[in-house]
Write a protein that binds this ligand. Structure first.
Ligand code: G3I
Length: 385
C-alpha cells in the first residue's frame, strides 16, 4: 500500500504532465478539485468500482487510487451498493466489496454517497427479486423485503451523507413510472415507502431522487415525468431533499450535436427552477462528457469535451442549491463508456478528467475553473472537506 504522501506526489506528477499538445499545464492551480470545490461549499468526488480497481493491486490501479486520493473529497460505489451486488438472495447481504470502498474513503478522509437503495427498473433487479413469490399477501411481503433492505443497508453505512434512495424510476421514453416485481406487488407506494424508510434509518443523510433527464431534445417526456414524480412526493409529504441530476452529458446517447442551444438551455433552466422552487437541493451525481461523435483528433476532442463540461458546470453552479458534484470515474481507463455505444472509428473514448495513463486533461482544468468561478453556498456537510 502506498502512503498518502506518495499518493499525493504521484497525483501531482500526473497533474503536471499534460496528455496531449492541447492540454494545458495548470501549475497555476495546484489545488485539488476537492479543495477548489470545498472552498465554495461543494462536495466533489467520484464513483469508484471495486472491480478492477480495488481488487487488482496493479501499478495502474495504484496510480488511479493516487489520483482519487489527491482529487476527491467523496466517493460513491459505482456498482457495489446495488441490489445485485449486495443481495444474493432474499435473506443474505454481502457487504465485502462495498465495505472495501467505504474503508478506503474513511482512510482518506472522504465522505460517502450511497448509490442506490432502489434502482427501480426491472433490468437492474436481481433475478431472485424479479421471480420472487410474494405469496397470498403480496403487498406486505414486498414492503417487508424493501424496508428490511433499506434499514439494513442504511444501518450498515451510517457514514453515508447522501443516499440515492430511488434511481431512474421514470421511463425516459414515456415519462411514466416503471413497473417492477415490487410495484406489481405493492403498487407505486413502493417509492414513498422507500423514502420514508430511508428517513427513519438514515435520519441525517440527504435523500435524493436520481435520474438522467437532461436538456436534450427528446428528453421532454422524461423531464415532465420526473417533475410529476417530484411534485407528487412534495404534495404527499414524502421526505425527499434533493434531485440527483446524473449529468452523463455530451454526444453519443443521441446522434445530435454535442452542445445545447438557447432554446434547450431555457427549457433546462425552467426545469431546474421548478425543482429548486419546490425547496429541493440539486446534486450532480454522475458527471462525464461523452465524446462518441467528436472528431478523432484527441486535441480537438479534449478541447470540445472541456468546453461543454465548463459550460454545463457553470450553468449548474449558478444554482446555490447545487451542493455536490460527483464524477462517474476520473480516468478514461476505467470509464463505463468504453464498453457502451462504441465510436465509429473504434478509438477509445476520452470522457473523464484523466486519460488512460492518468494524465490530467483539459476537462480537469475546466472543472477546476468552474469551481473557482462559482459562488459560495451552504455545504451539504459542514465538516471540513
Ligand atoms: O463484475 C461482473 C463480471 O464478473 C462479469 O464477468 C461481467 C460480465 O458482463 O460483468 C461484470 O459486471 C458488470 C458491472 O458493471 C461491473 O463491470 C455488469 O455486467 C454491468 O452491467 C455493470 O454495469 C454498470 C451499470 O451501471 C449497471 O449496474 C456500470 O459499471 C455502471 O457504470 C453503471 O452505472 C449507472 C448508474 O448506476 C446509474 N446511472 C447510469 C450509470 C451508467 O449506466
Amino acid at each position: 500500500m502506498i502512503d498518502r504522501r506518495t499518493l499525493l506526489a504521484t497525483a501531482a506528477a500526473a497533474i503536471a504532465a499534460p496528455a496531449t499538445a492541447g492540454a494545458t499545464s495548470w501549475s497555476q492551480t495546484p489545488s485539488s478539485l476537492r479543495e477548489l470545490a470545498a472552498a465554495k461549499g461543494v462536495m466533489f468526488g467520484s464513483a469508484l468500482p471495486a472491480q478492477p480497481v480495488m481488487a487488482q493491486g496493479s501499478a495502474e490501479a495504484e496510480t488511479y487510487l493516487a489520483v482519487i486520493a489527491a482529487e476527491c473529497g467523496a466517493l460513491v460505489c459505482e456498482n457495489e451498493m446495488k441490489w445485485p451486488a449486495l443481495r444474493p438472495n432474499v435473506t443474505d447481504f454481502t457487504f465485502e466489496r462495498s465495505d472495501a470502498i467505504v474503508a478506503y474513503a474513511a482512510a482518506h478522509e472522504m465522505k460517502m454517497r450511497g448509490h442506490t437503495l432502489l434502482w427501480h427498473h426491472p433490468q437492474w433487479f436481481p433475478d431472485w427479486l424479479t421471480n420472487h413469490d410474494f405469496g397470498s399477501r403480496p403487498a406486505s411481503e414486498a414492503e417487508r423485503i424493501l424496508t428490511a433492505h433499506i434499514r439494513r443497508v442504511c444501518e450498515h453505512y451510517p457514514q453515508v451523507v447522501s443516499w440515492d434512495v430511488i434511481n431512474e424510476t421514470v421511463d425516459a421514453d414515456t415519462g411514466e413510472l416503471r413497473e417492477t416485481s415490487l410495484s406489481r406487488a405493492m403498487g407505486q407506494s413502493v417509492l414513498d415507502v422507500a423514502f420514508h424508510t430511508a428517513r427513519e434509518a438514515a435520519p441525517h443523510a440527504q435523500l435524493v431522487y436520481n435520474d438522467y433527464m437532461s436538456w436534450e431534445a427528446g428528453h421532454e417526456r422524461h423531464r415532465a415525468g420526473v417533475m410529476r414524480l417530484l411534485e407528487g412526493f412534495k404534495s404527499r409529504g414524502v421526505p425527499i431533499d434533493a434531485l440527483g441530476v446524473q449529468s452523463h452529458i455530451g454526444s453519443g446517447n443521441s446522434d445530435d450535436s454535442v452542445g445545447f442551444d438557447t432554446a434547450q438551455e431555457t427549457e433546462w433552466r425552467r426545469f431546474l427552477d421548478e425543482t429548486t422552487g419546490m425547496g429541493l437541493k440539486l446534486a450532480i451525481t454522475e458527471f462525464d462528457v461523452h465524446d462518441k461523435n467528436l472528431p478523432a483528433d484527441p486535441v480537438v476532442r479534449d478541447r470540445e469535451v472541456a468546453a461543454l463540461g465548463r459550460r454545463y458546470l457553470d450553468l449548474m453552479l449558478e444554482y446555490p442549491q447545487l451542493d455536490t458534484v460527483m464524477a462517474w470515474g476520473m480516468t478514461d481507463r476505467y470509464t463505463w463508456l468504453q464498453g457502451r455505444w462504441p465510436r465509429q472509428d473504434g478509438l477509445a473514448k476520452r470522457p473523464t478528467p484523466y486519460d488512460t495513463d492518468f494524465r490530467a486533461k483539459p476537462l480537469r482544468q475546466a472543472m477546476a475553473a468552474a469551481f473557482e468561478a462559482a459562488a459560495s453556498r451552504p455545504p451539504l456537510v459542514s465538516a471540513p472537506a
